[in-house]
Ligand binder design. Structure first.
Ligand SMILES: O=C(O)CCC(=O)C(=O)O
Length: 385
């Protein structure tokens, strides 16, 4: 644990300023960003695919239009407003029944403002070995703030629709194959001046020692950015680290004099509507958000089917159930219903053809029946590896 005296919010912000500026310059020099371009066969354009393969991340610019971003912001704002007034409360701050009390998986994780809930703990398999600096919140800060929200596809129609985005799904098919599978989804909420950190970590769990290990075996996450991101509030990645295998993160920070500001990391700087892709094997993390700007990132990932089939639940999916073909099909059906929900809303857009459901589309239209059968509590069937 980090027992050093913790800085004030203002001290921390000024202490981070030079690192943030240097990181932004490093990110600009790498320039791993640009529009999401598909080739004539609907696959991610080869040079972008290569840039992602080499660096382990890419920022796709301007993928989600302004109108859709407005709908997503409204969906997320509604979820935030309907959160329990404090952890465990049955009512929200307006005295209404809090959202999600009937769901199998509680949608909200709260933390103390500016804290690091996982760093230096055994949580999530102990994959965050270093606890980040936890600046002191200001005197008028709330006791607890929402840090994470789960289950965006049953919480918000706009979020369900973005899950069926044809260009993002085309990227998933290019990288993970046409029978790609979903992973999970998480909304990271970094409130202005209050948001906590996510300590340095790599996401993958199951395949580090596999004989067929390779740099993309643990899949990737997208993040749809609802607001402009800045070095002070965004996700940072160490380019190329997805190729290193399992990293001794504690030793790496020790080699940096115990300083969590890793010298080779870069911030993922985005405009609203940009979408990042990050290899789950990357060394990545984010700092306490002492800035005056919030970040909200809709995070959802995809895997190769071969990486998932036959594995058992890890991370937040600890039921012990093996991911067999039926389980994979059931969870993948969320993608197909999302495709239909999207097609109804964006009539001019070409819908994505998801190979496992070709010929079965009529059973997975977006209807009250599929919302009950496929969407509600879908995240109890997540495919974490
Ligand atoms: O967005 C963040 O701050 C953390 C994201 C993250 O750790 C992840 O996507 O695995």
């Amino acid at each position: 644990m980090n027992d050093a005296p913790q800085p004030t919010r203002a001290d921390y912000a000024s202490r981070m300023a030079a690192y943030c500026a240097d990181g932004a310059a490093r990110a600009e020099a790498i320039a791993n960003k640009g529009p999401l371009v598909l080739d004539g066969e609907g696959r991610l354009e080869a040079s972008i695919r290569e840039a992602y393969r080499n660096r382990g991340f890419y920022v796709f610019e301007d993928v989600v239009g302004a109108g859709e971003i407005e709908d997503l912001r409204a969906g997320v704002a509604d979820m935030l407003e309907r959160a329990p007034a404090q952890p465990g409360a049955s009512l929200d701050a307006k005295g209404r029944p809090a959202y999600g009390r009937d769901l199998a998986k509680a949608p909200y994780i709260f933390i103390k403002p500016l804290s690091d809930p996982w760093g230096g703990t055994r949580e999530l398999g102990g994959r965050h070995p270093h606890q980040m600096t936890q600046p002191e919140p200001e005197a008028d800060a709330p006791e607890q703030v929402v840090h994470i929200m789960w289950g965006m596809c049953h919480a918000s129609d706009a979020c369900l629709r973005v899950y069926g985005h044809p260009k993002l799904l085309a990227v998933a098919a290019t990288i993970n194959g046409p029978d790609f599978t979903p992973f999970t989804d998480t909304i990271f909420v970094k409130h202005a001046g209050l948001g906590g950190s996510v300590a340095w970590h790599q996401d993958g769990v199951t395949h580090w020692d596999a004989a067929n290990w390779d740099e993309e075996i643990h899949g990737f996450n997208f993040q749809v950015q609802l607001y402009e991101t800045t070095p002070a509030n965004c996700l940072w990645v160490v380019p190329g680290s997805h190729r290193e295998g399992r990293i001794d993160i504690k030793a790496r920070i020790a080699r940096n004099g115990g300083n969590e500001c890793l010298p080779d990391a870069v911030p993922l700087l985005c405009k609203p509507g940009d979408v990042t892709i990050v290899n789950r094997q990357m060394l990545h993390g984010s700092f306490a958000n002492t800035s005056p700007h919030q970040r909200i990132s809709l995070t959802f990932g995809f895997h190769r089917r071969a990486s998932v089939l036959g594995q058992a639940g890890v991370l937040s999916v600890k039921t012990g159930a093996v991911y067999d073909a039926a389980r994979i099909f059931e969870r993948s059906a969320v993608v197909q219903v999302a495709i239909d929900a999207r097609a109804r809303h964006f009539a001019d857009e070409r819908r994505f053809a998801y190979q496992p459901f070709v010929g079965r589309e009529d059973d997975y239209r977006w209807t009250p029946e599929t919302v009950r059968r496929v969407i509600t509590d879908y995240n109890t069937k997540d495919l974490s590896i």
